[in-house]
Write a protein that binds this ligand. Structure first.
Ligand SMILES: Nc1ncnc2c1ncn2[C@@H]1O[C@H](COP(=O)(O)OP(=O)(O)OP(=O)(O)O)[C@@H](O)[C@H]1O
Ligand SMILES: [Mg+2]
Length: 385
């Protein structure tokens, strides 16, 4: 298999209390701590301006570290030149040289390092095979599509056989279809080359599908670090809960009541029992009755008729997505209406609604009680982790 000969140097990266303060004195990155394991695929995700690129650029050595320590393979590299860090970076803009062929573009970093010609040819060929671009090696970049150019840019980064491969929004210039294809290519690339990846994106789908672990950032501060499953199932706070998952989680003002037998939540005029496992977590933390913010993902709502604790809603917008349907509904009287978004399997709807639910239709629903999230309205932190 192509890539089988890929060298496998150890490549851990440790960020210890890393801060970046630009001239304006506002910390762009504040106390970032992360231990990245050898060969791990880490994704930094968050909204525009949250400090993702700044963090990546500090790892690359393109930006000074204001405070804290950065280690690669256990070596403190704060003051090591970018070229001596054994790191390659792929940028959003492909930044290929227009006058060079694909082969020359890919070989260029090796030529700069005075690697001999036969070795350059071997590595370019190998990288081109991994990325399925061998047939374009003699073309100039302008004769390539966006996706092909991005592969060349990735090829140019991997020919150096870096210990750590950094990627800053490498797919964001591509259209949606190509982005999906290239996302799958990056998963394949990861299986073929043995290196540590740090990947920056603002797209939570990319983060969820690519990352072994995800670091979710907001305003320069890491909100949660965990596997895709951990951040999805047990978001640490309201921000993470709303950032991960589409459509976004619904949030409601609610009241958590502790009784002798367990807990229940009162919300939208209905009583939602709290599952045993969740009740155990709350009890172990000594949780008492309190006002809470209840979070429920649109896919954790079920349509029911006649269930005791069902809530009535009125459909405003229905979006048929194929096997699923997204319903934007409202609950309650006009002065206190609350929007509830649901993501329902079309087969779970009455037959007459499977090609779309008309405006004004009435539906009754319940929350899957094992799948609710509870947050402290003041601190916005989860009561469950
Ligand atoms: N050279 C600079 N001088 C001053 N402030 C900067 C500089 N570069 C970035 N910033 C600020 O630092 C913060 C973080 O920027 P950064 O580019 O790291 O964000 P990002 O998460 O990569 O955003 P995007 O998704 O838009 O690329 C922003 O508030 C930005 O305005
Ligand atoms: Mg950026």
């Amino acid at each position: 298999m192509a890539g089988a000969l890929w060298p496998t140097p150890m490549s851990t990266v440790n960020l210890k209390n890393i801060c970046k303060i630009y001239e304006n004195n506002v910390p762009a990155v504040n106390d970032f701590n992360l231990d990245i394991e050898d060969k791990e695929f880490i994704v930094l995700v968050g909204p525009s301006g949250c400090g993702k690129s700044t963090t990546l650029r500090m790892v690359a050595g393109l930006e000074d570290i204001s405070k804290g320590e950065l280690y690669i393979d256990g070596r403190l590299v704060n003051n090591v030149e970018p070229k001596d860090r054994d790191i390659s970076m792929v940028f959003q803009s492909y930044a290929l040289y227009p006058h060079m062929t694909v082969r020359e573009n890919m070989g260029f970093p090796l030529k700069l390092r005075k690697v001999d010609k036969a070795e350059i040819a071997r590595r370019v060929q190998e990288a081109a095979e991994i990325l399925s671009i061998t047939q374009y090696l003699d073309r100039k970049p302008k004769a390539l599509s966006g996706g092909q150019r991005q592969r060349v840019a990735i090829g140019r980064a991997i020919v150096r056989e870096p210990k750590v491969l950094l990627m800053d929004e490498p797919l964001s210039n591509l259209d949606a279809k190509l982005r999906n294809e290239m996302r799958a290519e990056i998963i394949k690339l990861r299986q073929r080359i043995n290196t540590t990846f740090i990947y920056v994106t603002h797209d939570q789908t990319e983060a969820m599908t690519l990352g072994d672990r995800i670091a979710i950032m907001k305003d320069g501060v890491v909100q949660q670090i965990g596997t895709p499953q951990q951040v999805f199932n047990t978001p640490a706070n309201l921000f993470v809960a709303s950032f991960i998952g589409t459509p976004q989680m619904n949030f409601f003002k609610a009241r958590l009541e502790k009784a002798d037998t367990g807990y229940q939540v009162e919300c939208l005029g209905a009583v939602v029992p709290v599952g045993t496992e969740m009740a155990g977590t709350l009890a172990s933390k000594g949780q008492t009755s309190a006002d809470v913010t209840l979070g429920v993902r649109p896919e954790h709502i079920s349509i029911h008729t006649g269930a005791g604790n069902a809530i009535s809603s009125t459909v405003e917008v229905s979006e048929l997505m194929g096997s699923e349907i997204y319903l934007h509904t409202v609950v309650g009287e006009s002065s206190e209406q609350q929007e509830v978004v649901m993501r329902i399997q079309t087969t779970d709807l009455p037959v007459e609604y499977r090609s779309g639910v008309p405006y004004g239709a009435k539906l009754e629903f319940t929350f899957c009680n094992q799948m609710i999230h509870l947050f402290d309205p003041a601190t916005e932190r989860s009561l469950l982790c």
